[in-house]
Design a protein around this ligand. Structure first.
Ligand SMILES: Cc1cc2nc3c(=O)[nH]c(=O)nc-3n(C[C@H](O)[C@H](O)[C@H](O)COP(=O)(O)OP(=O)(O)OC[C@H]3O[C@@H](n4cnc5c(N)ncnc54)[C@H](O)[C@@H]3O)c2cc1C
Length: 368
């Protein structure tokens, strides 16, 4: 049995869903308003190695740097967590998106680019088949099918500079309400000669570019950039709360990725959560098409895998967005006093903080 699935949005989440459905022999079309989806990349490309490997993307061609850890800065405190093993990859987001398009197409999906899908067309698509809304944070699919809102966003601005980089294996994170109220600022070596500078601010604070200018003009950033050559910059936003509803059984709709708010609230990373959600959505849609199963299976699987960790990420954000000794500065002080740098380097997990105690216990009892 075949069923027509229309995926709206050719970002990573939509393309992974399309790839997975096509591999199961389900007729799938992907629609994106852009001629070249993913360009220009307004997001960063930092991924935990385990997280990106899990998505089944042959991403090697997009790899631009390997990270071994992070330095955290808050007030007068700084803490370095550096591992001997690679912890994360930096991938070129434009290249990654193009790889995902090829993989969806190779699996059999029809890719339609350069035209925005709206209103009545969505209604017709859902009458004749299933619609997957993978159309980003300001999802037209979610609005059309009245799937509720996303209550909290981070506004971002980031830019890339060509410069000399002494230690390309570490990312620097700055927690400071003056530069990045509600989120943080970052310096990430995208390669050994391109440094990314970025900030996020909670939506209440408005103009992200103004905060970026302040951050980029600060002494600590100027010291790193020196006479760096500006390459490109741009604004975007990150949804950091789940949308009220992520499926509609009667109208044959599911939302994945940023459209559903499937993002880590602490870091804004959305590719791993959204990509895995896309795989779960594909399972539920296939089950619906072949066996008459319920789309609710998708929401249940997502909740089971990610709800606890989403809450822990939210808790981390509620601590680091407080300035002073009750916030990140105090937290860094405590962690340094307890000499937790080594522990975090060995057992930390960028995606799933809930696995940290388990990893630690397994290693203590010799079963890791
Ligand atoms: C500054 C910044 C840094 C980030 N850093 C990281 C990071 O380091 N690691 C990480 O994992 N995540 C990061 N993220 C988050 C990550 O980029 C997103 O979670 C991810 O891109 C979401 O993918 P998606 O496929 O859900 O949506 P998108 O990538 O937003 O794709 C949606 C697509 O839908 C299309 N579209 C929208 N409406 C329509 C329509 N009506 N018709 C047709 N097409 C439509 C758009 O053109 C777009 O191509 C960052 C985000 C930002 C803003």
């Amino acid at each position: 049995m075949k069923g027509l699935v229309s995926v709206i949005g050719a970002g990573t989440a939509g393309l992974i869903a399309a790839r997975e459905l096509s591999l199961r022999g389900i007729e799938t079309s992907v629609h994106d308003q852009k001629e070249i989806p993913g360009r220009p990349a307004s997001a960063s490309g930092i991924f935990s190695i385990g997280g990106i490997n899990n998505l089944g993307i042959n991403y090697r061609k997009s790899l631009t740097n390997t990270l071994y850890g992070a330095r955290f800065h808050a007030g007068k405190e700084a803490m370095e967590v550096r591992s001997k093993e690679p912890q994360a990859y930096v991938l070129d987001r434009e290249e990654l998106n193009s790889i995902c398009i090829d993989e969806a197409e190779d699996a059999g999906a029809a890719i339609n680019l350069g035209r925005r899908v709206a209103g009545n067309e969505l209604g017709k698509m859902s009458e004749g088949g299933i619609v997957i809304g993978a159309d980003g944070a300001a999802s037209a699919v979610a609005s059309y099918f009245k799937m509720g809102s996303i209550d909290e966003f981070i506004l971002t601005y980031k830019a890339e500079y060509r410069t000399r980089i002494d230690d390309a294996g570490m990312v620097d994170l700055f927690f400071d309400g003056n530069y990045a109220p509600g989120f943080f600022g970052w310096l990430c070596p995208n390669s050994d000669s391109v440094m990314e500078v970025g900030i996020g601010v909670s939506m209440r604070n408005g103009n992200a570019k103004a905060y970026f200018d302040k951050f980029a003009g600060s002494e600590r950033v100027r010291k790193v950039l020196g006479n760096a050559e500006f390459l490109r910059g741009g604004a975007s936003m990150i949804p950091i709360r789940l949308r009220k509803r992520i499926f509609d059984e009667e109208r044959n709709v599911v939302l994945v990725g940023d459209a559903a708010g499937q993002v880590k609230p602490s870091t804004g990373g959305g590719i791993v959560f959204g990509g895995n959600a896309a795989k779960m959505a594909a399972d539920a849609v296939a089950n619906r098409i072949f066996r008459g199963g319920s789309l609710e299976q998708y929401a249940k699987s997502y909740k089971k895998k990610y709800m606890v960790d989403t809450k822990l990420h939210g808790l981390a954000r509620s601590i680091y967005t407080r300035d002073g000794i009750l916030g990140m500065e105090g937290m860094l002080k405590i962690m340094k006093t307890l000499r937790m740098e080594k522990f975090l380097a060995e057992y930390g997990d960028m995606d799933m903080p809930s696995v940290v105690p388990k990893r630690f216990l397994l290693s203590v009892f010799g079963k890791a």
